[in-house]
Design a protein around this ligand. Structure first.
Ligand code: CP
Length: 325
């Protein structure tokens, strides 16, 4: 299954977003509308959360075949705040463990009236594969696919940037860490490119550098100083050890923190008002210094909060598409 398949597959014949499989190929107007709709679902800290009945009578199933805290919890909350019934399948006790195929699991859930399936899987192509096989009235949302795509994370990241740096045309974003294995970096870069960000810099040791073809237009460098210089946004990424077969060429933890850590020293290279981001889960003292993650520049908890609003916007959008068919 190629990225092109996923791009085509996620739209109906008349161009409505039915599945969310990748941000690649979603136009600027649609991305902007999703961000605007996400803003409408945000409430001030301490106030009652926004709710709607957009998914009343609908069922959302969370199928996470890889670990998750943020994405799974926020899809759960988002669906409940929209009035849906939510099924969190325990994959460790599901019949997939007994050899049931992924499609038999999907057909079983379809038969129970599940309308939207939220899928995370370690293998590339699984969300699109499922999307190809579900009935016309079912939608698939990609909640993290191998190193390929994490579209709702990309949306929440650019929403957070937009809150602090609304002039995306002049925005310089430095993403630092294990770019090669990062679905977060891919989805963020796709959204930033479509929204017209000035520059995306990808900073990593050579052993974690991406294929340039995956990041058209981005600046790829192994030089942290060059990468962070005058950046508006600095996003640190975790080393994705679960996706790295061979650790050759990857610095040890202490060396990595000195050479590629987003820390109190290296952040001085960025603009004085630069914000610090991390998609989580964080490894403090490796890719990010704890004091910086907790400090005044950090918007990490805002990313988490925005994630619920983004998922509410996406769920609302796809159910609208399903209901219009
Ligand atoms: N950012 C992110 O995907 O976090 P989780 O793995 O906790 O869902």
């Amino acid at each position: 299954m190629t990225e092109l398949d996923a791009r085509t597959l996620q739209f109906t014949n008349d161009g409505q977003l039915r599945h969310l499989l990748t941000l690649d190929g979603i136009d600027r107007a649609t991305l902007t509308a999703l961000l605007d709709e996400s803003d409408a679902y945000l409430s001030a800290d301490g106030e009652a959360v926004e709710r709607s009945s957009a998914l009343q009578g609908r069922t959302v199933a969370n199928l996470f075949f890889e670990p998750s805290t943020r994405t799974r919890a926020s899809f759960d909350l988002a669906a409940k705040r929209l009035g849906a019934d939510v099924l969190n399948l325990d994959v460790n006790t599901s019949s997939r463990k007994k050899g049931e195929s992924i499609l038999d699991t999907i057909y079983t859930l379809e038969a129970m009236g599940v309308d939207i399936m939220v899928v995370r899987d370690a293998s590339a192509g699984v969300p699109a594969y499922i999307a190809r096989h579900v009935k016309d009235h079912v939608s698939i949302l990609n909640a993290g696919e191998a190193e390929v795509s994490h579209p709702t994370q990309g949306l929440l990241d650019v929403l957070t940037m937009r809150h602090h740096k609304p002039d995306l045309d002049s925005l310089v974003v430095a993403i630092v860490g294990d770019i090669r294995h990062s679905r977060v970096a891919r989805s963020a870069a796709q959204a930033l490119s479509t929204l017209g960000a000035n520059e995306v810099r990808l900073v990593s040791p050579a052993a974690m550098a991406p294929n340039p073809a995956d990041f058209p237009g981005a600046v790829i460098t192994d030089d942290l100083q060059r990468g962070l210089k005058d950046a508006d946004v600095v996003m640190a990424l975790r080393i994705q050890r679960e996706r790295i077969g061979n650790l050759d060429g990857i610095p040890g933890i202490d060396e990595y923190f000195v050479q590629y850590g987003v820390n109190e020293d290296s952040i001085q290279l960025a603009k004085a008002d630069a914000i610090v981001m991390h998609p989580g889960p964080m490894n403090r003292g490796i890719e990010i210094e704890g004091s910086l993650a907790d400090g005044a520049r950090s918007v990490i908890t805002e990313q988490v909060k925005n994630g619920v609003a983004v998922r509410m916007a996406v769920l609302t959008r796809v159910i609208r598409t399903l209901e219009s068919r």
